[in-house]
Unconditional design. Structure first.
Length: 155
């Protein structure tokens, strides 16, 4: 079931109650949250010394454009048939040139190292707009539904 999409929240926005968001919808936070946050609460996490900013909508557009590659990793690299459903929380650093530097899995219910390595390799190829003022750290979840087993064709 699809969750309603909400506008990303910036650190400069007034505090409000959390609202549901789609998986992989980045938001801007003044301080990092625990990595045990549910997949519906993605965030842009500032580095130790915040240096840059990037429009959350631009970040979301890149993540969404690459969703098929992330899904392919889930399907093709899984050791289970059908691949198991679950979530994976990823933290990535977008450098001053818009290239992805460090990427790491913060949390995963998939327990599939080959899937995680494939997704990390894909993310490292992503190119974002150049952030204003330096690097940006993004933390975003990916949710994977169960893939139905292929059914034989009926004649």
């Amino acid at each position: 079931m699809a969750r309603p999409k909400t506008a990303p929240r910036l650190a400069s926005d007034p505090p409000s109650a959390p609202s549901p968001t789609l998986a992989s919808t980045p938001t801007r936070e003044a301080t990092p949250r625990s990595t045990s946050a549910p997949a519906s609460q993605p965030q842009v996490v500032p580095p130790l010394l915040p240096t840059g900013s990037l429009d959350p909508a631009q970040i979301q557009a890149v993540i969404k454009a690459h969703a098929p590659q992330v899904q392919r990793c889930h399907v093709e690299k899984s050791t289970r048939r059908p691949p198991r459903k679950g979530t994976m929380q990823v933290r990535l650093v977008i450098d001053a040139q818009g290239m992805v530097g460090d990427v790491r899995v913060e949390d995963s219910t998939l327990k599939e190292p080959a899937v995680e390595r494939c997704i990390i390799a894909e993310i490292k190829r992503w190119v974002f707009a150049k952030p204003r003022g330096g690097e940006v750290v993004v933390q975003t979840p990916f949710s994977f539904g169960a893939i139905p087993r292929a059914q034989p064709a009926q004649r």
